[in-house]
Write a protein that binds this ligand. Structure first.
Ligand code: FPP
Length: 228
């Protein structure tokens, strides 16, 4: 059998926490709690497999429009989760990078998250990018405004890349979306130009290592031509 080709960078739209909970007559936040466990397990698996970059879509710019109670529960859960998981990320030599408009976060959450990011910034193992208050269009507008403020003309692709939140991170090879939705939802619009997509009906809380391996196997079988 041909050897499995491991993607260098996997990006994931973690979707379906709410429906997972609804199916069990539980509150949506119960789905997010189990989703956090799935996130931690996925980071562990990717790091153990030697994946170099993992990017997850944890909170979109549009998610601010949800019920304020759900938003604050998510903020609390994500910041506590990251703080709790820090020692494990230290052991695994994981570098953390936060992508998005963190200025919209309440100061206590922003400080908690950015201080972990800072402490892990010099690690040399897998890079974990967490998209928070993130939108792909917003990221591009932000990059163009930065270039405009520098008086830049004749803008190149490299100029844009260097001004994205993801500057320095290679483009994702594989983008996974769970929960049976077949949309990009404003995720890594620039970066996913040549990515392979993998969609599964499995809700994010149920996306275990076997499901992750299925996605990698599917990617591994595809031939990427980059338009050639
Ligand atoms: C989408 O499901 C999921 C979210 C908006 C939250 C994702 C967050 C986590 C899994 C926690 C991760 C934690 C860290 C620290 C990164 P949904 O609520 O849109 O589900 P639905 O479409 O079924 O309603």
């Amino acid at each position: 059998m041909a050897e499995t080709r491991i993607p260098r960078h996997i990006a994931i739209i973690m979707d379906g926490n709410g429906r997972w909970a609804k199916k069990r007559l539980l509150p949506r936040t119960a789905g997010h709690k189990v989703g956090l466990d799935t996130f931690v397990d996925t980071v562990d698996s990717c790091s153990d497999m030697g994946i170099e970059y993992l990017t997850v879509y944890a909170f979109s710019a549009e998610n601010w429009n949800r019920d304020p109670l759900e938003v604050s529960a998510l903020m609390e859960l994500m910041s506590r989760g990251i703080v709790k998981y820090e020692p494990e990320m230290v052991r695994k030599n994981i570098r953390l990078k936060l992508l998005g408009d963190l200025d919209r976060f309440e100061k206590k959450y922003r400080d908690a998250l950015t201080s972990v990011e800072e402490r892990l910034s010099n690690n040399s193992g897998m890079t974990l990018c967490i998209c928070l208050s993130y939108g792909g269009r917003q990221e591009l507008v932000n990059a163009f405004n930065r270039l405009a403020s520098q008086g830049k003309t004749n803008i190149t692709e490299a100029d844009i890349e260097q001004n994205l939140y993801s500057a320095g991170v290679p483009d994702p090879d594989l983008v996974i979306r769970t929960s049976g939705e077949y949309r990009i939802s404003n995720f890594l619009l620039w970066q996913s130009a040549y990515s392979e997509y993998y969609f599964t009906d499995v809700y994010w809380p149920d996306f275990d290592k076997a499901e992750l391996l299925k996605a990698i196997e599917s990617y591994s079988k595809r031939e990427r031509r980059f338009g050639r």
